[in-house]
Design a protein around this ligand. Sequence first.
Ligand code: HXC
Length: 268
Amino acid sequence: MESPFKAEILKGKVGLITGGGSGIGFEISTQFGKHGASVAIMGRRKQVLQAAVSALQSLGIHAVGFEGDVRKPEDAKRVIESTFKHFGRIDVLVNAAAGNFLVNAEDLSPNGFRTVMDIDSVGTFTMCHEALGYLRKGGHGRDSTSGGSILNISATLHYTASWYQIHVSAAKAAVDSITRSLALEWGTDYDIRVNGIAPGPIADTPGLSKLAPYEIKTQAREQLPSFHIGDKWDIAMAAVYLVSDAGKYVNGTTLVVDGGSWLYRPRR
Ligand code: HXC
């Protein structure tokens, strides 16, 4: 679908997207590139990264891939330094890397719980922490008047409670809290805007194919005419808005992009 935004809305910006090689992270990388940004993508799987970088480059996008695991502080540091070395600045950090699987709480080991917390919550904080020196006003490659921005990909699972998602719900609740705390501290001190997006069910993502309950794909759609599954494009457009100047007064919010799905209740 064609973008409603001007093609140069992100011109001159450099974005680093964790989990940028696949799913929602890849679509955000693509749309950032199509709107004028240069993009670095970070991921654990070399082949996925290479394929993603080739696909981005074939669209004429300045793209580079760096292997790394957000759970490892040394990887976070290296990838952020490499992005700066490659492009000379970093304007936007998108934390889209996530780990997930369906499991009931009874069968989830504490290490399984910790693994998802480590990827989603600690990984997000680690990336933000390492990127601060580049995103803050007056930071490496920046002038002293404006800071960059951070976008954390969250979920709506924890607004109520979700079956078999105790680990991810806890992890995303922490992500939303990190978004608000950093928006307060770094917005005030360094002119960095920190926001989030909470996607609903999105077609062609691991989140939907692996995790969404059967009903979401079948009965619920028929029961609620307004319910529909979104596209990765919908999330990417929200991302473009939030990191562009159009969103310059938005700080500390997590934008729900789900077509109203999380509000759904069966009609009485
Ligand atoms: C129960 C499991 C499990 C499963 C792993 N574990 N998979 N427990 N059911 N299916 C437990 C292991 O037993 C182990 O605990 C611990 O988790 C670590 O497992 P490892 O396999 O060693 O971890 P690792 O290789 O680092 O893999 C991390 C992972 C991985 C999260 C488990 O599967 C992963 O990254 N998956 C793909 C990522 C993904 O799908 N991303 C998209 C997310 S979508 P023990 O105690 O045995 O040592 C998303 C959207 C949310 O986030 C909203 C959805 C609606």
